[in-house]
Design a protein around this ligand. Structure first.
Ligand code: SIN
Length: 489
């Protein structure tokens, strides 16, 4: 069954290999389901070794032609892709809500966010500059060339099925790389619709391939991409466990690797915070995409003097949330992506309760709405040893604990290997700089809960990942630096 779109051609029940839409999979077929009601919405080919090798071959073959395009010629294709995404934004948002579950207004916002990476890298591709160095010998000239890495591969997550795709694919294409994409098994329809628009915008055959498949197929495809000597760069967004495996596999070919492996973001509210700003920031950070965001606030630390006021204000804000199907008017919290996701959220809540936390709101599946919905939940009196405070929950759960001093808050906040994003709220200028500099995160946000745009370098420190996406740094990741010495002058 498919959804009604203005352009029905965007509903693609095929994979894409070397410019051909492929409806059969060497491993059979699997169903994509709507997380809102668990019903199948599409049947897609299950691809494996044969298709992955076919895509690598096609990307290798297409590489010389794509590299021979000038940066401006590539930019014109990306620009057309960007315009097509905007033109079809409503359809793309519907597809996303249908397969991912997020509220339609959030899906629309993500499509614009996704488009912004294509626009940005269409421009940025024209600004990949080398250098001419001062020479140390008069008979030589020393140049630094920036060249595309070669064939690239990307494995994208289900939580932002369109934006994480364009954040990888657009800089790679702009730099002159060809690309093989394996979108998450839960949300391939958004990826295929974007690929359809990219082909329509004039991307030559083989420059972009999309491998479809179930979770088991991803386990087979991952090592083929990461171990192939023809694939020169792998970019992955997803779990730390899978990321570490891909990094290990990529070592065999000393491949360039970018990883975005999630976080366990602290959000600190100091006594001197503007409470309205802190509550709005917490709500925006925590409940975007039902809390299924790598950068969402996972652990809320509130200083003693402001604790009760914060708790009261956040409880009232959480009461305004509406759980339901993403297509329903006014819904702010959609379903969780799958049963495993829901079970993890519930286990975190049960663990906190067992260890002494107090539940003040929610705390159970919203089964009256559907099997994969969870009530927006507030826990307080939590402690660092609880799962909600030490692991990424990926659900609509707000665990709140109190602290005394700035030093204590920083120590608790930094006590994690997942250094992706950290937030804090204060109106004290000295503290703003002290805490901003002390937090061990790739992204630190003061007095706001939302920061994502195409113009910032996104990425983590410690075990949260390698490399940066977005901004001017994002295209560097797809370039090699070559020293070129011209002698005999
Ligand atoms: C993520 O959670 O991985 C991405 C969120 C964003 O780009 O804002």
């Amino acid at each position: 069954m498919s959804i009604q779109l203005n352009n029905q051609a965007l509903w693609c029940e095929f994979g894409l290999i070397g410019g051909d839409w492929v409806s059969n999979g060497s491993q059979g077929f699997y169903h994509v389901v709507n997380p809102s009601d668990g019903k199948p919405i599409a049947e897609l080919p299950r691809m494996g070794k044969t298709e992955a090798e076919g895509a690598i071959h096609a990307a290798t073959k297409a590489l010389p032609e794509w590299q021979a395009f000038t940066a401006k010629e590539r930019a014109l294709i990306l620009r057309r892709w960007y315009e097509a995404i905007l033109e079809h934004a409503d359809d793309l948002a519907k597809i996303m809500t249908y397969e991912q579950g997020k509220p339609l207004h959030e899906a629309k916002a993500e499509i614009l966010y996704a488009a912004s990476f294509v626009e940005w890298y269409a421009e940025e591709g024209k600004r990949v500059h080398g250098e001419i160095l001062q020479t140390s010998r008069l008979d030589q000239r020393h140049l630094v060339l920036k060249q595309p890495v070669g064939v690239g591969a990307g494995i994208t997550p289900w939580n932002f099925p369109s934006a994480m795709l364009t954040r990888k694919v657009a800089p790679a294409l702009a730099a002159g790389c060809t690309f093989i994409l394996k979108p998450a098994e839960d949300t391939p329809m958004s990826a295929l619709a974007l690929a359809r628009l990219a082909i329509h915008a004039g991307l030559p055959r083989g420059v972009l391939s999309v491998l479809t498949g179930s979770r088991e197929d991803a386990i087979a495809i991952g090592p083929i991409l990461s171990k192939s000597p023809l694939v020169r760069k792998l970019s992955f967004t997803g779990s730390a466990a899978v990321g570490k495996k891909l990094l290990e596999q990529s070592a065999s070919t000393v491949k360039k690797v970018s990883l975005e492996l999630g976080g366990c973001a602290p959000l600190i509210v100091f006594n001197d915070a503007d409470i309205k700003v802190a509550v709005a920031g917490t709500m925006a950070s925590k409940f975007r995409n039902a809390g299924q965001t790598c950068v969402c606030a996972n652990r809320i630390l509130v200083q003693k003097n402001i604790y009760n006021r914060f708790l009261e204000a956040i409880e009232s804000a959480v009461s305004e949330l509406k759980v339901g199907d993403g297509f329903e008017e006014g819904v702010t919290i959609g379903p969780l992506i799958n049963k495993k996701g829901l079970e993890k959220v519930d286990e975190h809540v049960r663990d906190a309760e067992r260890k002494g936390a107090t539940l003040i709101k929610g705390g159970k599946p919203a089964s009256h709405i559907g099997e994969q919905f969870y009530e927006p939940t507030i826990l307080h009196n939590v402690e660092p040893s609880m799962l909600v405070m030490s692991e990424e929950t990926f659900g609509p759960v707000l665990p709140i604990m109190s602290f005394d001093t700035e030093e204590e808050a920083i120590a608790i906040a930094n006590d994690t290997p997942a250094g992706l994003a950290g937030y804090f709220f204060t109106q004290d200028a000295g503290r703003l700089f002290r805490v901003g500099e002390a937090l061990e995160y790739g992204i630190v946000v003061a007095n706001s809960g939302i920061f994502s745009t195409e113009t910032i370098p996104f990425g983590g420190v410690k075990e949260a990942g390698l490399g940066r996406e977005g901004a001017r740094q994002g295209i560097e990741e797809w370039c090699e630096t070559k020293f070129f010495c011209v002698g005999g002058l």
